[in-house]
Design a protein around this ligand. Structure first.
Ligand code: PMP
Length: 359
């Protein structure tokens, strides 16, 4: 019977490895680029109050359109740009790919990057065309444009800032892609709030630009599962057909609505994270055998002269969980650490210092 079931599964799916992040026991969690700072209680209380009064018995409608309107206002979006909300930005990436990519069709992916792009493309039977970042983990727009042209790719996707490197493609380079590549340019700004600039400003001018954002990082709500996609209506109208109806429920929509309305309360936490990140980069630069990569996000990729897996294990012995990214191309000597609270970061830096001193 098992064989029979196995044979029913599409080969594309059978060949995949499950995207599950193993979470061993730990004291300090710095492995998933979440916020270590919780939402303010005042926001949580307002959310609970709102949930008491909205009907739970009906399919969500109101909350979702109010959320769209609140986001539109917060981002000062021009009329021609549409917003689609999703169950985390992951769901939107999946729906977008399913809208555009068929079996055998190509998508260009500058690597190393977020693994789900490859996963979602593979499920559709689409082909990923890798373009390696430069040795310093920077982007070469000309090589990306060349790869799109050569393979007749329908899309290119990258995170800006990029996970797991923390580096970013320059906005002028994104514009060159938008002008010169005959393809959809998908920019995942999951970490966009931590960066100095955003491609949102380019949206009105380019119908081939799609931007993805999330409440999981700077908005401290990874547990809620809320993301949004921004593009011209020619695209969003089609993505909406691919998404399940009522994909975002009242809990996440009402919560997101309160968070957007009170976003000014999140500003100090964001500033703190940026200051902590810069302090951490400086501290890492002072540790012998460690070289941090300059980061524009809420995490830091760093090279270690000791084997990364053993450094990961020694950190975990002390209860500190980071991410081993040494299996990614160009990152064989790297680990990634999320920026936590000042206490968490200090504990991490001290532990790493001790581990690097050990013989
Ligand atoms: N994009 C990138 C580049 C990410 O690193 C992550 C989080 N790991 C996501 C998207 C996922 O976002 P969400 O929680 O909104 O699904």
């Amino acid at each position: 019977m098992d064989d029979r079931i196995w044979n029913l599964i599409r080969p594309e799916v059978r060949a995949l490895e499950s995207y599950r992040v193993g979470i061993p026991p730990h004291r300090i969690k710095l492995n998933q680029n979440e916020s270590s700072i919780e939402l303010p209680d005042s926001i949580k209380e307002e959310i609970v109050e709102r949930l008491r009064v909205v009907p739970w018995s009906r399919y969500p409608r109101q909350a979702r359109s109010e959320l769209g309107a609140a986001l539109r206002e917060a981002l000062d979006l021009p009329e021609e740009i549409e917003i689609v909300t999703g169950n985390g930005s992951n769901e939107l990436i999946q729906a977008l790919f399913a809208t555009v990519l068929g079996p055998g069709e190509k998508i260009v992916v500058p690597v190393p990057t977020f693994l789900l792009y490859r996963q979602f493309a593979a499920i559709l039977g689409a082909e990923v065309v890798d373009v390696l970042l430069d040795a310093d983990l920077g982007y070469d727009a000309e090589r990306i444009i060349e790869a799109i042209g050569r393979t007749e790719a329908k899309a290119v996707v990258f995170a800006r800032p990029n996970n797991p490197t923390g580096t970013s493609i320059r906005i002028e380079a994104v514009e060159r892609l938008l002008e010169n590549a005959d393809a959809l340019v998908v920019v995942d700004e999951a970490y966009g709030e931590f960066a100095d600039d955003t491609v949102l400003t380019l949206l009105p001018r380019y119908a081939n630009l799609v931007v993805l954002r999330t409440f999981s990082k700077a908005f401290r709500s990874a547990g809620l599962r809320i993301g949004y996609l921004l593009a011209h209506s020619v695209l969003t109208e089609q993505v909406v057909k691919v998404l399940p109806p009522f994909n975002t429920g009242i809990v996440s929509c009402e919560a997101a609505l309160s968070i957007v309305r009170h976003r000014a309360l999140l500003r100090p936490g964001l500033e703190q994270t940026l200051a902590e990140r810069d302090r951490m980069v400086e501290a890492l630069e002072g540790i012998r055998g460690i070289t941090p990569v300059p980061s524009e996000a809420n995490f830091i990729c760093f090279r270690t002269e000791k084997p990364p897996r053993s450094v990961f294990d020694r950190l975990l012995d002390r209860g500190i969980l980071v991410r081993d990214i040494s299996g990614y191309p160009l990152l064989a000597d790297c680990l990634r650490v999320s920026v936590g609270t000042s206490d968490e970061n200090r504990t991490f830096v001290t532990a790493l210092e001790e581990i690097m001193e050990e013989r």
